[in-house]
Design a protein around this ligand. Structure first.
Ligand code: BGC
Length: 637
């Protein structure tokens, strides 16, 4: 099609039923005439091993020979680095298979595919290009004649089956038996079920409505339905940015949506942290601590995988040292927070007993060792908080408050376990070496860990010495199109009161019951104008939207909300090609539900305090609290 003319090109993603459609009219540059082509493809939500493509070709102007080639291609790479070693391949008649292995971990992926058509007079021929086997299919079309080809692909990895090729082949045979319509209906039913529990309806603002549905769609296709050994990476599975690594983005930004509407998927992702706790133990030990310390960037094993050096974006011949893997330690408390939230929302005591409490206690042990006793209490020095423009800071307020919270919950949970499963406590105490002194120490740290909160003004200092740094002369940067860090340089930003993303404000949102009105207002007024909203982190805007709602400022909240809404749909940050901004997508849901709707759970019920922008006519969603489903439907009178 690089010759001839393409017209009427259109491509749609149908969020309701998870189908990508493409159609175009192609006119040959010779005398063969015009053809209408449509493509329809889906990765089945009902069967994660199955992918389906349907292609339809219609000859508009006269008889024509049509040939379609379909293959399984192993020649894919990650920024120039090939993914796969070839293991085996084969093709015969309508069937083709390909088995490849990841290059360093040698995990096998086996795929089997079959082409079927609605016409009798079709010839099939195998094509055996190395690493790219396929099928060539030919037919003769009469004028106005059309034909449809379905490509069904089944895939298994060595993580799913002992013999992935055999598993993919038997899955394929079953898919062929069921046929396209049945497979498509099963897929659509799975999507209907998802939207039924998780949709958010927003009337009066089509752009915001589309943005939230797009965000939830992206999150759903990134979550595994049944695998407890994976989580969602910062860029989901949609791009190579951050190479699939899992950050706090998942627990703090993405998970609440799943916890409230799809708890079984949230549980899977928390199980990922349980299944990788060995890596967290190794990280603590490597740093000279006891207990478990989660990696800032985590992959398959839970070991720290943050790159230490990356090419300088201004001069790629130079390298920049990345410190987050060494000292951005708050993620360990963030994971505890997500576990606690999951428990509060679902009431899943089984999980809390066998997984949640053991994780929270073992990570509390790490904190007990990591904090430094100082003359007037305890400190956590040399860290990076959520605002990554500042590194090697002492007593980051977010980190310290989350650690304090973590240790308080650890004491509470140990008591809960003692009451509900005394035999478990004995075993856990023995395994982790928890004694009465441990609990006393945790209480003491929680009470005396430094937290610079001025009772008179309500202001919380982001870290020791933050208020002494000079302010940025914002007037000088009125028409900038780059982040303050790239304009001031890494050290320049480090030496100014400028934030990459919500830090103290993030804390207010997460522990919102702990802070009074005065504190909310003082910190919002102080930190909001010092934040690099458009060019800093994509994690910021949705949280600022939520926070502005807490301050009853839906007008300001709306501006922040739309900044998050456009991160991917309008590529507002120019990096959507690296992949979907998962945290921003999850943040959108939280801004709507916790912010604009003001949802709060109480002991056995919930309340909402709506504060919608004036042009929003309706905000409606549902959630599940302790097994019971609730609908929230806010309508402007
Ligand atoms: C943000 C982090 C985030 C990471 C991955 C960074 O730019 O500052 O908070 O975890 O991106 O999304």
């Amino acid at each position: 099609m690089d010759r001839g003319r393409v017209e009427d090109y259109a491509r749609y993603i149908d969020l309701r039923s998870g189908v990508l459609r493409r159609r175009l009219r192609w006119t040959s540059d010779g005398d063969i005439g015009r053809f209408d082509l449509t493509f329809e493809r889906f990765a089945s939500l009902a069967d994660p091993h199955l992918m389906v493509v349907r292609v339809q070709v219609q000859a508009l102007d006269g008889p024509a020979s049509v040939e379609i080639q379909a293959s399984l291609n192993s020649h894919v790479d990650n920024w120039g680095h090939p993914h796969w070693d070839l293991v085996s391949q084969g093709s015969s008649h309508q069937m083709v298979s390909l088995e490849v292995a990841t290059r360093s971990t040698q995990k096998t992926l086996a795929m089997s595919a079959q082409l079927t058509t609605n016409r009798e007079d079709v010839s099939f021929e195998g094509r055996d290009d190395r690493g790219n086997p396929g099928i060539r299919l030919r037919t003769e079309l009469e004028e106005g004649g059309s034909f449809t080809v379905d490509k069904l692909v089944a895939m298994y990895t060595s993580r799913d089956a002992d013999d992935p090729l055999a598993a993919s082949q038997s899955n394929l045979l079953e898919a062929i038996r069921l046929g396209y319509e049945v497979l498509f209906n099963e897929h659509k039913d799975a999507w209907r079920e998802f939207w039924n529990r998780s949709d958010v309806i927003l009337e009066g603002d089509d752009e915001a409505q589309l943005a939230i549905r797009h965000a939830l769609f992206q999150l759903r296709i990134a979550a595994s339905s049944d695998d407890e050994r994976v989580s969602i990476g910062a860029k989901t599975l949609s791009g190579f940015g951050y190479r699939g690594h899992v950050f706090w983005d998942n627990e703090i930004f993405v998970l609440p949506f799943f916890t409230y509407t799809q708890p079984s998927l949230a549980r899977n992702m928390l199980m990922y942290r349980w299944n990788t706790i060995q890596g967290a133990r190794r990280k603590a030990a490597d740093n000279g601590y006891v207990g478990a310390q989660y990696a800032w960037e985590s992959a398959e094993s839970g070991d720290e995988v943050t790159p230490r050096w990356v090419p300088d974006w201004k001069d790629p011949t130079k390298k920049i040292r990345i410190w987050t893997g060494d000292i951005q330690i708050h993620i360990t408390a963030d994971i505890a927070y997500a576990i606690w939230q999951y428990w509060q929302v679902t009431g899943d005591d089984e999980f809390m007993r066998h997984v949640g409490t053991p994780i929270i206690l073992e990570t509390a042990i790490f904190w007990g060792d990591r904090v430094e006793p100082v003359s007037d209490g305890y400190a956590l020095s040399q860290v990076i908080g959520p605002d990554e423009y500042h590194h090697h800071v002492d007593n980051n307020a977010f980190t310290n408050a989350m650690v304090r919270w973590h240790l308080e919950k650890a004491v509470e949970l140990r008591e809960w376990l003692h009451q509900t499963a005394p035999e478990d406590v004995t075993a856990l105490d023995r395994r982790l070496g928890i004694t009465a002194e441990t609990l006393t120490k945790w209480r003491d740290i929680a009470g005396r860990l430094k937290f610079n909160h001025d009772p008179k003004t309500g202001l919380i200092e982001q870290f020791d010495g933050f208020f002494e740094l000079p302010d940025v002369e914002w007037d000088r940067y009125g028409d900038r199109t780059a982040s303050m860090q790239s304009l001031l340089g890494i050290e320049g930003a480090n030496q100014h009161q400028v934030l990459k993303q919500a830090d103290v404000i993030m804390l207010l949102c997460l522990l919102r019951d702990q802070f009074d009105d005065k504190t909310w207002r003082a910190n919002w007024d102080y930190y909001n104008p010092r934040t690099d909203h458009s060019y800093g982190s994509s994690l910021g805007p949705a949280i600022h939207a939520w926070a502005a709602c807490e301050l009853e400022r839906p007008d300001i909240a709306y501006k922040h909300f739309m900044r998050a809404a456009r991160a991917d749909l309008q590529d507002a940050r120019g990096n959507a090609g690296d992949g979907i901004h998962a945290a921003s997508a999850g943040g959108l849901w939280q801004a709507l539900v916790f912010g604009f709707a003001g949802l709060e759970l109480t002991q056995d019920s919930h309340r909402v305090s709506p504060r919608l922008p004036t042009h929003w006519k309706r905000l409606s969603f549902s959630f599940c609290h302790r097994g019971e489903r609730h609908e929230v439907d806010i309508r402007r009178a």
